[in-house]
Structures are given as C-alpha cells and as structure tokens.
Design a protein. Sequence first.
Lengths: 112, 265
Amino acid sequence: MDEIQIAIAERVAEEQRHHKMAQFFWVWAALLLMTGIEVYLTYQNMAPVKMLTILMGLSLIKAALIIGFFMHLRYEISRMKWITMCSVVACLILMTIFFFPDAERIVTLGVK
Amino acid sequence: MADRVVTHDIPSAYEPSLFGTYSKKIGMWLFLMSDSLTFGALLYAYSYGRISTPNWPTPFHSASIVNATIMTAFLLTSSLTMVLAVRASVQKDAKMQTLWLLATIACGAGFVILHGMEWSKLIAEGMTLPFFPPVPGHDVSAEFANVAKTVPQFPSTFFTLTGMHMLHVTLGIVYLGVVALRKKFIPILVALWLIAWLGTPSYSPFHYGAHVLLVAAIVCAIILWLKPKVYDSSDVEVAGLYWHFVDLVWMFIFPLVYLMSARIL
C-alpha cells in the first residue's frame, strides 16, 4: 500500500479501537435468538405466505445487524453506506420485478 | 516484494478517498456487491421454482432442521470470533488475533463438516442429481427418490445453492488460514486435501470436491511466494468482510431452503 492508503487504514483502525466489545456479544445473542424464533415459527403450522413474510422479515433484520455491526458499515461515511446498499437493493428489486410475476403467472394459469 | 510508492509532482494527484476508507476495503465491498447478485440470482431461481411448482416437496425432517440450526449457530459464532479477531488486530494483539482467527476457522470447518454429512445423508437416501453416482449398499428412501424423480428442480436448486455457499465457506476458511498462519498454512491445507480426498469414498461428490483444496493450496503458495507479507489490521478487516458476507447469505438460505421445506407432522 502507498503512504496515503496506509494513513487511511491507520485512521480506520484507530476509529475501530473505540468500538465496544459488549455490543458485538449483544448482536450475536440477538442473531441467535432470532434464529431460534425462526425455527419455532416453522413448527407453528402457519400459512406459507404468512410464514415466508415473517421469516424474510427476520432475515432482513439479521442481515442489517451483520452488515451494520459486524461488517462495520454503520461506522462508514454516509456516501459509502448509500452507494453500496442502494445499488445492491436496486438490482434485487429489478430481479424481483422480473422473476416473480412470471413465476406467479405459471401457477395462476395452471401450467405444469 | 515490497510495495512501491509511486510519486510524482502533480499537486492534488491523490485526492481523499471518495468512500472515506482504504482501497482494499472498497475493492472487497465491490466484490461482495457483485457476489450478492450471484447469490441473489440463485435464491431467486430457487424461489421461482418453488412458487411455480405446485407440489414442492417438504423433505426436511426435524433431524435435518436441528442439523441446519446447529450449522447456523456455528456460522453466527464464527462471525463473532471474526469481529473479535478484527478488534485484536486493531489493538495490535497478534496472539489474540491469531487465536480468534483460528476459532473462526474451527467454527467454519464445523459448518462445512455438518453440511457435508447432511449432503451425504440426503444423497444416500435418494435425493440426488443424475450425475452423482449411486451409493452402494444403502437403501434408497422412497420419499427422497420420489422427490428427485417428480420434482427434479428441488435437488437441482438445493445442491446448486447450498454447494455454492459451501464453496464460499471453504474458500473463506482458506483465506482466513492464510491471513492467520501465512506459509505455515500451506502444508496444513495439503494435509486437509489428502484427508478429504482419501477419507471419502469414490462415489461421494466430496471425493472430487476435495480437489478445491489442492487448487487453493497451489494458488495460495504462488501468492505467498510472489508477495510475502505480514498481514496487518486492514487485511484482517477485509478478510472479515468476506467472512461476514458468507454468514449473511446463509441467513437467507436457511429459512428459504430449510425452514420453508420442513416436514411438519
């Protein structure tokens, strides 16, 4: 790495020295708890669409915790947060628009 | 080879980073963004198959769900140990950094072993792909054989999605091993390859899949020979980003593939 890159890396490391250790354990416990809730809900005989909605909701919360705390994105500057997240989410929305109406059409039309 | 600093006389040639961080980290984020689309496409393909197939099977009994839950716990714990390794690295505590990285590798290895056992069980019971050789001396379960025959999309998407993720975890273990132990990890990797190759029967997909470790050992040996270096906190953090990403992907695979296909009696 050149000098500027080393200086930036040292500044980032300096900022991370102040991260509290306890919060990582809280996040880990929350992730385990949500996993336990997901497994519990699986055996509650819910309607598939309702269960899928809840499971995906919990998965998104878990993903946000991992990205925010473990991947340290919440400590990055807002430009980094917005550009990375918006681009990925935009691509996933495009895939949703593209795929799901077609999958549903097959079911609705009874094509097997 | 030492890193070279390129200098020139153009004022303001080096502007502050647009993203406020060092380029290695930005590079890893860009890679992870592209990889998330790879997994996104696979997850969407799985979901497409699920929605458009009326008789989608629910073959995972409680033993499989318990196994997958333990695998999830392994991955979540590995993310915690990884973040503690990053913390140790920024505090320049080399010993703890290595220990936490090895703990992360151990949790990742636990995940891969459990996942491999799950795959082997499913294949032996008949939920297999056409190009997987049959398992000799094992009774095929009518239920799983029927799933593979009537809804071939299920084993195809299941093995592709979980296999891709298992490959990522395996490469993550190799990555962390190199960051933690550098050249010392190469003979360990070769030993792991031999154990995985010779310790699995010839009909197992892992018998051939083990060669990924050999390829990884060769690539890592070349990289370490061309650019030997002591990995600093930035390298550990970048490796951590990759590791957390494979954990993140599993948070979607676990409910979509396992929990939504659980057999409820």
